[in-house]
Design a binder for this molecule. Sequence first.
Ligand code: ADP
Ligand code: MG
Ligand code: MG
Length: 934
Amino acid sequence: MATTTTPGTERAHAATKRYIYAWGDGSAEGDGGMKDLLGGKGAGLAEMTKAGLPTPPGFTITTEACNDYFAAGEKLPERLWDDVREAMAEVERRSGKGFGDPANPLLVSVRSGAKFSMPGMMDTVLNLGLNEETLEGLIKLTGNERFGWDAYRRFVAMFGRIVLGIEGGRFDKPLEAKKKARGTDADTGLTADDLRELVDEYKRVVREATGRDFPSDPYEQLDLAIKAVFASWFGKRARDYRESQKIAHDLGTAVNVVTMVYGNMGEDSGTGVAFTRDPNTGEATLFGEYLTNAQGEDVVAGIRTPSKISHLADDMPEAYEEFRRIGQQLEQHYRDVQDLEFTIERGKLYMLQTRSAKRTATAAVKIAIDMVEEGLITKEEAVGRIEPSQVEQLLRAQFEPKAREAATRIAKGLNASPGAAVGRAVFTADHAVEWVGRGEKVVLVREETAPDDFHGMAVAEGILTARGGATSHAAVVARQIGKPCVAGSAELHVDSAGKVARSNVSGLEFGEGDWISVDGSTGDVFVGALPTVEARFEDQPELQTILGWADEFRRMEVWTNADKPEEAAQARSYGAQGIGLCRTEHMFREGERLEIVRGAILIANQATRLKTRRDLGEELTADEVATIAEFDAAMGRLEALQQGDFEGIFRAMDGLPVVVRLIDPPLHEFLPNLEEQLVKVTKAGDQATTEDRELLATIQSMHEQNPMLGLRGCRLGLMIPDFVKVQTRAILNAQIAVKKAGGNPKAKIMIPLVGHVNELAATRALLEGEAKAVEEAAGVNVEYAFGTMIEVPRGALTADEIAKHAAFFSFGTNDLTQMTFGYSRDDAEGGFLLRYVEGVILPGDKEPFQILPVNPFQTLDDAVAGLMRTAVEKGRATRPDIELGICGEHGGDPESIWKCEAIGLDYVSCSPFRVPVARLAAAQAALSSAERDK
Ligand code: ADP
Ligand code: MG
Ligand code: MG
C-alpha cells in the first residue's frame, strides 16, 4: 500500500478519508515530499506553487483514492464526488471562472500522475469542460474564433481517444484529409471553419464508435476522465512498464485537475519541454524544445518540428528569461537536474510540471561531478546518484572505428540515446518480442513510438524512429532503459504494414529481418551488422573520478577473477585490488600442455600406486620404475610451464594478493570425448593403435555419471597428489623468481570443493611440506597462505571446523547455488530455470505463476546468502581475522554485492569488466548501511 503522509493542512471532506489536496494563489496543501500520496506531478505542482512559481490553480486526487476505487470494485469512494465538486468550486474562485459557465468558462486538464513517472499511463486530457455553450463563451472572451475551435477539436479527439477508448487513427484521418484539402502541412494552416467542420466529423466518429453522443455536461466529462485515469493504472501498457521497471502494482496513480492555460492563443503563446541541463551530455545549459501557438503534447508528438529552447530568447525574451531563472531555482531547490513542462499564454509563463530528469549514463556522471563542484551535492550523494547499470553502459561496446568508416550509411537521425546497437530490423513491438523470443537480436524501427510500443523497446537492441525530437517518447524511454536510439530520421520512410523502410537521401532500403547497425551516439544508421569494440575505461576520466569517490566510501575491497596476466593487468587498470580467483585449468589445456597432461593422466593412477609402494619400501621392477619416471617427467614439464604462467600473473599483480585455485575440474575434461574415442577405435578395428585403445580404456574407466559431483576439486588432489604438489611448487617457485627480480608477490593458495574438514587438513599437510621444501631449497621465504573455497553446503555448515585449517574463505557461489538448489547450472540455465523465472501456467490460471523471482545464478539467493552468513559467523568464531570474499559470478552483480556487504565479507571478486560496477555498488551498499546504522 502507498504510505500516507500526514497532511500539513486541514481540509474538510465529505468522504471518510481526505482524498484531495488543492493548490493555487501561492499556497498549496501538499508538498514535494508527498509523492506517495500525490504522485510526482501533484507533489511537484504543490512544491512549485509554495515556492512562489507561476502555476495554474488545481487539485490532486490522491493515489489512495485510486487504490480504494479498485478495492471497491471500480467505484469512486463514497462522497468523493462531493469533495471533487467542492475543490472545483475552489478552483473556480481562484481562477475567477466557472466550470460550465458559458459567460466565462473554466476549462481544466485531467492528468494522471503516479509516484514514478510512467510512460505507460493515461495521456492527459486537455480543455475539459468544453461544449457548444462554453465554446461560445471562450470565443467571445478571447475574441479568437480559431483558437476556440482549435481547443474544441483537440478536446473531442483527446477525450474520444483517451477516455472513450476510440482508436486514435479515426481522428487523425479526417485531420490529415482536411490538411490535404487545404494544401497545408501544419495544423496551424487550418481556419476556424475547417476546425468547426472537423469537430462535426469527430462527433460523428464518437457516435459511431460508442453509440451515444459526445458527453456535453462538464461534470460528466470530469467523472469519466477521473475514472479513465484510475483505470489506466491497470492497463496493459502501465502493467508492462511496471513489470519491466520493478515498480509495485499497488502504488496507484493520482489524478491532477489543473486550470487550463492556453499555448495556442497566437504567436505570443506557446508550449515546451526543457531540461535544466543537457540530458545527453550533461552540459550545464538549458536544453529543450518549444512550439509557438501550440498546445499540450504537440511538442512531443512531432506534429510540427519544434524549435530549440534557445530560440525562445529571441521570440519571447521576457518569458525566456523568467523560465531560465525558474529552471535554476528549481534545480537549486531539488538539488538535481529538472525536466520541466511549461506553457506561455499571451506572453505569460506557467509552469506545468517539474521532476528529476532522466539522463544518459554520460550525463549522469558529468552532472554528478559538476554538482559536487558547484557545492550543490556531496560526494556521497554524487556516488549514490549513479546507477550501476549506467557504469555498465559507459563501458558498453561502440562500433569498431575502421568498420564504421567503411560502412554504408542508410540514414541519419538524431543521436537520441548513445551506444551501438546491431540487430535485425522489425517494424512492430509485437514482432520485436516474437523475434527475440526465437533468440534473434532486433532493432525496433517505427515511424514514431508510443507507450504501446514499450514491450518491444524493452527487448530490442536499439530503436530507430523517423519522427520526433530529442524529447520524443522514443528518445526519453530509450535513455531511461539504456538502449541506443536514433530518433527523428526524417529522411526515412517507414512502412510498418509493408515491413520496409527507405531513405529518400541514400535511396537505400531495408526490410524485416535485414541486419542494421544503429549508432545512438552519432545518429547514424548503417547497412549490415558492424563489429563492435568495448568502450575504453582509460578514456573516461569523469567515470574514474566518480569511482575514485566511491572508493573512499566503500568498506569491501574489489578483486577480480583473472586467469592470465593480460586479464589481471586490465582488471588492475579498472581498479581491482587483488585476484580473488585465478583458475589454473587452462594451464593444463593450452597448446603442447594438453598432450603432456593426457600422457600423464593415462598413467597417473598407476604411477601414484607405485609411488605409495615405493615409499613403503617395496622393491619395484624396472618397468615400474620407468613408469614413475615417465610420470614425473611429464609433471616436471608441466611444473616449469605453470611456473612461467604464475610469474606473469604475480608481476601483473605486484604487491596485491593473488588467490590461486588448485586444479578443480574432473580429469576427463582433459581427455578426448568418450563417444568420439569409441567411434575412432571401433572404426579403425584391427588397425587401431595401442595408444588409442589405452586412451579409450582410460576414458571409460574415468567415466562418471555425475562428474560435477564426482572426482574433482580437493578430491582429485587427494587421489593423485602430484597434480596439486606440482602446482604448489610452481606457485612458490614463481614467487621466488619474481621476488628475486625485485617484485612483491603475494600468494593465497586455495583448495576447492572442501565439504569435510579432513579433506582440507589432509591436503594442507601435503602441500605445506611441499612449499617449505621449495623455500628451503631456494633459501628464500615468500608470502603465501592456504585457504579454501566454501562452495559445498556441508563446508558452509561446518565452517568453524574448516576455519582451523584455512587462513581465508572464498565463497564459490556458483557451485554453492548449484548444490543448495540441487540444480545443474549447465543444464538448468538453458532449460527450466528460464520458465521458473518467467512463470509457469497452472491449470485453470491465466496469469503465469512465477516459481523464482530471479535467476539465482545471477543474483544471490537469500537462502544461499544465509548459508554464507552461517559460514562467516562460524569461520570468524574460530579465527577472528579470517579473510572472507566471494569469487562466484555474483561478485559482480550489484544486488548480490549489497548482500555481501550485509553479510560482512571483506571483498568481492568479479570478472575484470565488472570491476568498475562493483566499485560503485560496493560504495552504495556501504553508504546505505551506514545510513541505516545512524
Ligand atoms: P505527461 O505525464 O505525459 O507528461 P502531462 O499531464 O504533463 O502529461 O501533460 C502533458 C502536457 O499537456 C503538458 O506538458 C502540457 O503541455 C499540457 N498540459 C497539461 N495540463 C495543462 C494545463 N492545465 N494547461 C495547459 N497545458 C496543459
Ligand atoms: Mg503523456
Ligand atoms: Mg508532463
